[in-house]
Ligand binder design. Structure first.
Ligand SMILES: Nc1ncnc2c1ncn2[C@@H]1O[C@H](COP(=O)(O)OP(=O)(O)OP(=O)(O)O)[C@@H](O)[C@H]1O
Ligand SMILES: [Mg+2]
Length: 268
């Protein structure tokens, strides 16, 4: 990232209403990346499960510190954050770990403050439908139609790039007409990272070389480059909305999905 942002805060929102898509994994590893490059970095965790905060607690003292802010809803208030979370004024990079199911006022607030919105998506028909629905919400409820924030998607937890589910995910992400930055493999290195509080960029490169390579397009995009694998340089908001509407009804074998419907074997 260029250092010439002055004292401006870079606010990176990692969000998808679908649980388990990789929000915390992207948040913590981006935070580790910026902290290890001496940026004053903070994570604000909106998730009541507090996974990013657990990661920070596990973080060895020998690594560059990352400020932890807890913005999870206070008990009994499902919509608004308790606002206990604060970040130091001199923070340069703020990673916002959104909760699963973020909607309504919270979604609006998160989108309004963001400079960048990163949406991780896992390769399953359920994740594709849920993400398509979420992106509709992001536009219609969250105000992403009018925000200046740049948006991009990332495929996460991909085990096999040659199977039909991954092919459908690629088509879905390509159809969104917003940068599809990279595909992150399903890898034990991320599990290790979650356990130890150490980002993939802070581990020995012999351990996390492949993961770093896959992750780098996200960092380059945040740094102002557009390494979009499908050649679309910027997001086309109307096209994103139309495509999300179509993919929200995605079923394997549908016109959108275009891969064969699974036929159960006939009873003998
Ligand atoms: N690329 C990956 N390879 C292996 N494991 C992964 C990968 N990405 C995420 N995981 C693991 O999958 C689980 C869910 O990921 P993560 O917590 O990042 O998702 P999330 O979107 O933050 O979930 P939630 O919606 O519950 O907050 C975690 O155990 C995480 O370590
Ligand atoms: Mg999480």
């Amino acid at each position: 990232m260029c250092r010439n942002r002055g004292s401006e805060l870079l606010n990176i929102l990692v969000i998808n209403s679908k649980g388990g898509s990789g929000k915390t994994t992207l948040t913590t590893n981006l935070a580790g990346y910026y902290a290890s490059r001496s940026f004053r970095t903070a994570i604000i965790d909106y998730d009541p499960q507090g996974s990013s905060l657990h990661w920070l607690k596990a973080r060895p003292d020998t690594l560059p510190s990352i400020h932890a802010a807890n913005a999870a809803p206070a008990k009994g208030n499902a919509h608004l954050s308790s606002r206990q979370g604060w970040v130091p004024l001199d923070t340069e990079v703020l990673l916002v770990d959104a909760p699963a199911g973020a909607s309504g006022l919270l979604l609006k607030e998160l989108v309004r403050k963001a400079n960048f919105i990163v949406i991780p998506v896992a390769p399953s028909p359920i994740d594709i439908r849920a993400t398509a629905d979420f992106i509709k919400d992001l536009f219609l409820v969250g105000g992403a139609r009018t925000t200046n924030a740049r948006m991009a998607v990332v495929a996460n937890r991909v085990r096999n790039r040659s199977n039909t589910t991954y092919a459908a995910l690629e088509r879905f992400l390509a159809s969104l007409k917003m940068p599809f930055l990279t595909t992150l493999a399903d890898s034990d290195v991320y599990l290790q990272s979650a356990e130890d509080g150490v980002g993939i960029f802070e581990m020995d490169e012999l351990i996390s070389g492949r993961e770093r390579q896959e992750f780098m397009p996200i960092v380059r995009w945040l740094d102002g480059h557009f390494p979009n694998r499908f050649g679309v340089r910027t997001e086309d908001k109307q096209a994103i909305l139309e495509s999300s509407r179509k993919w929200a009804a995605f079923r394997p074998g549908s016109a959108t999905g275009r891969f064969p419907v699974f036929q159960p074997p006939a009873n003998k």
